[in-house]
Write a new protein. Sequence first.
Length: 288
Amino acid sequence: MSVTDKIAARLPKIVSDRTERGPVVAAVRLHGVITPTPTPMARNTISLQTVESALTRAFGHDRLVAVALLINSPGGAPTQSALVAERIRELANKKKVPVLAFCEDLAASGGYWLACAGDEIFAHGTSLVGSIGVVSAGFGLDGLLERHGIQRRVFTSGEHKVRLDPFQPVKPEDVEWLKGLHVDLHEQFTAWVRERRGPKLTASDDELFTGEVWTGAKARDLGLVDGLGTLRSVVAKRYPDAEIAVAEPRRPLLARLGLAGSTTRSGDFVPAALAALEERARWSRFGL
């Protein structure tokens, strides 16, 4: 038998195998603190840059019937939360497929912002969900400099160019400015939740938008999630013939080894260490 005959003999089987393959539910892991500037010691981080390739692959399946978001995040930067959520909606509208969001251990603050990008939201009964609010945290190091006889010299050409410098004492007017910023961001957050959840919400704004966190079971009662379930249980019921394909955000080799962004500049050590502590505190706030 010639090579051509062998190829022709196999061709129907190849075509048959392809046509018999079932639908795909693509799952994207959104795990970690939401930040545009990850530290070398971060577990995982979420930003538009880090998840873009995973989202593109997930929405690119030719047998796609749905995309699932696997969310485990204590929140973080509001802008990155909004950018990732908007990108998800952009791809979903373009591909015309439903998006199912699954809250795992934690979908708090920006993590819940991401969950609202889903057409439906599911959680485990023990998941922690909510924290619809805004928080800023940092460290005051002015006492440390004074103790060691170190002077910090900052020169600016604008009255408000340096606000809340951790190496300078806190000024009351800067705190008031920050509170005003929080109010603005909180209003944008609540507007997004109302837009995405709408009539599904069953509690008042005074209860939902205080920054409180609830279990998945309570979040269902409040309308913050649609039901209790996991990726596999929901897919098995909705799409029994579907294959689950997980798209992991790609991380550089040095990031996987915990070395990305490392530097030998001694001046970067303290800020990097404090950033790592702050990232750890975001998880610890929820007992994780």
